[in-house]
Design a binder for this molecule. Structure first.
Ligand code: AMP
Length: 332
């Protein structure tokens, strides 16, 4: 039986390599903040990555790149447990137990599954269908109270909560606990196309650790208020993605100035983007410096992940023991 413990936070993300500003504002920033007041556990979901990749070439490298961004952003191994999902295999066992309380129709109905089928019609595998079950197992294995994720993950989190209810009802137990979502103030960052969620696969992203010139180029390519065709046309900051970024990365006085001047065509989009790129580069400079320093010693990063897996395993073992017990499996 567990004694009273600090409330726990758990989140994971597939190893997509270098992280973008959407990942940062939607998730990582929250990871960093929450580690101050919660027991925080963050995983690099390399097993989930297998559901869509055709080759694992580059997978290890992507894990490292992602870890570098996380640590550079301020996740501290002294405060948070950070590990690779495949290194704590207890999650696979919990996934199997949970799969018995999930109706297949529920999985095929999920919009995220339909979207993945559309994107990977040649590779609709069993793992892809079970993706949300594995994700639930991830969260429930650590008995997380809160899960910091972007708004796109809300259906998956609701799914995890339903699994808890089904499992606890089936086995008349309280062993699994329903996690709550913790969104940031910016749970959905729009990409440079001005329409879709920022995402590496849509090539509408701005990498956190890009160099200054690349950042300027990406910002220059951002779609603004599409009704503003000529420099002399007044713009509408309320529907402009560049302005949305200013609100996060620029001081309040500049935001007020742009808001005012854009509406009367006093400032053009080119200048507005130049100011944004400068502020973005300034805001990300410390993170980029820390990353460059960490990247000199990849062995240290692997060591931190190894240590994280050991610590995560201890918690996972406890849950698995409780779960087997609740199900009524014999310990011969
Ligand atoms: P992904 O890279 O899609 O696996 O997402 C990793 C984490 O970043 C998840 O918590 C997502 O919800 C979050 N995230 C990804 N893209 C965005 C975005 N454009 N805006 C806000 N959060 C995002």
């Amino acid at each position: 039986m567990e004694t009273k413990r600090l409330p726990r936070v758990y989140s994971a993300a597939r190893p997509t390599g270098r992280q973008h500003i959407g990942n940062y504002l939607g998730a990582i920033q929250n990871y960093v903040k929450l580690q101050e007041s919660f027991q925080s556990i963050y995983a690099i979901a390399d097993v989930h990555a297998l559901t869509t990749v055709e080759t694992t070439q580059g997978l290890k490298e992507n894990c490292l790149e992602m870890a570098l961004d996380w640590f550079a952003a301020g996740i501290e191994p002294e405060k948070s447990i950070v590990f690779l999902q495949s290194n704590v295999p207890q999650v696979m066992e919990l996934h199997t137990y949970l799969s018995m309380v999930v109706a297949i129709g529920k999985l095929t109905d999920l919009p995220t599954f339909k979207e993945k089928v559309r994107m990977h019609p040649q590779n609709v595998n069993y793992g892809l269908l079970g993706y949300p079950v594995l994700m639930s197992a991830d969260i429930l294995l650590f008995k997380a109270d809160f899960v910091p994720v972007g708004i796109d993950q809300a259906p998956h989190l609701e799914f995890a909560r339903e699994i808890v209810r089904s499992f606890n009802f089936r086995y008349q137990t309280k062993v699994l606990i329903e996690p709550q979502m913790k969104a940031t103030a910016t749970p959905k960052i729009i990409g440079t196309d001005g329409v879709n969620k920022m995402s590496k696969s849509l090539d509408n992203d701005i990498e956190l650790a890009a160099d200054e010139k690349t950042t300027e180029k990406r910002v220059r390519s951002m779609v603004t208020d599409t009704n503003r065709v000529m420099r002399t046309d007044p713009g509408n900051p309320d529907i402009c993605n560049v302005y949305a970024f200013h609100k996060t990365f620029s001081p309040a006085e500049l935001c007020a100035e742009i808001d005012r001047e854009c509406r009367v065509a006093g400032i053009g989009c080119v200048d507005c983007k130049k100011k944004l790129a400068a502020n973005l580069n300034a805001a990300l400079a410390p993170l980029r410096e820390r990353r460059a320093e960490l990247a000199k010693n990849p062995a240290r990063v692997w060591e931190i992940l190894h240590d994280g897996a050991q610590r995560a395993s201890l918690i996972a073992d406890d849950t698995i023991r409780d779960v087997r017990d609740a199900i009524g499996l014999a310990q011969a």
